[in-house]
Design a protein around this ligand. Structure first.
Ligand code: PGA
Length: 253
């Protein structure tokens, strides 16, 4: 059975104090409100990882993530952080291929393929992002676009490795814009992705792959999005910076 996952992507937000406060609130609400059957992943900027992980402690159901990792194992790559280093600090998930990384840092499908392999080699679960621009959607090639992103970056993995990957579908036109995809649009794309995975790895692996939706998800629309059969959770940006909103999304299944 595939897992339900809600991952918070803090992006480049939160000072040390703000991050501590947000995490404490999330951990307390998660415990007090007895949230069950969903994995929560916090993905703060790198310096937060150690102190946030301490606050999570042994809370069952909350996991430590990061927003990126290097495609290299180690060495003279100033400013980079490897999957190996992250794993040694107890990081369990890593967001890879976010559209902001693709756009502003020119990350290619090929580079992402190397990052995914680094993550897997060190026991991190990649949350692999795919999604189309508004231009591509208007041209009607959105399905082909996301399938190509998966094929190029993931389809040389062994079935065993692929089954460790989580997918996040994030239409770029919905990220941070307040313009959410409709639940039908999300379902249509998630189903297309799942069928594409099945064509390569078979139905069983495809059915077990968690596919998250990202793009202006909030407490008001999460229930509707998560009610769709192929939407297994969310990758949450803006709303993950407010503890109440984030936990309400987590409770939307
Ligand atoms: P958003 O961001 O929820 O603020 O739209 C989602 C994401 O980029 O992961």
């Amino acid at each position: 059975m595939r897992k339900k996952i809600v991952a918070g992507n803090w992006k480049m937000n939160m000072t040390y104090e703000e991050g501590q406060k947000l995490t404490s609130e999330i951990v307390n609400m998660f415990k007090d409100e007895a949230v069950k059957n969903v994995q929560v992943v916090l993905n703060p900027p790198f310096p937060h990882i150690y102190p946030v992980k301490k606050l999570i402690g042994d809370t069952e159901g909350i996991f430590m993530g990061s927003q990126n990792c290097s495609d290299k194992e180690s060495g003279a790559f100033t400013g980079e952080v490897s999957a190996k280093i992250l794993a040694s600090f107890g990081v369990q998930f890593v967001i890879l291929g976010h559209s902001e990384r693709r756009e502003y840092f020119k990350e290619s499908n090929e580079l992402l393929s190397a990052k995914v392999k680094q993550a897997l080699a060190h026991g991190l679960t990649p949350i692999f992002c795919c999604g189309e621009s508004l231009e591509i959607r208007n041209a009607g090639t959105h399905e082909a676009n996301v399938k190509f992103q998966l094929t190029e970056s993931l389809f040389d993995l062994s079935p065993e490795d692929f089954s460790k990957v989580v997918i996040a579908y994030e239409p770029i036109w919905a990220i941070g814009t307040g313009k959410t995809a409709t639940s039908d649009q999300a379902q249509e794309m998630h189903l297309a992705l799942r069928r594409h995975i099945a064509s390569k790895y078979g139905k069983e692996i495809a059915d077990d792959t968690s596919i998250l939706y990202g793009g202006s998800a909030n407490p008001g629309n999460a229930k509707e999005l998560f009610s769709k059969p192929d939407v297994d959770g969310g990758l949450i940006g803006g709303a993950s910076l407010k503890s109440r909103d984030f936990i309400d999304i987590v409770k939307s299944f």
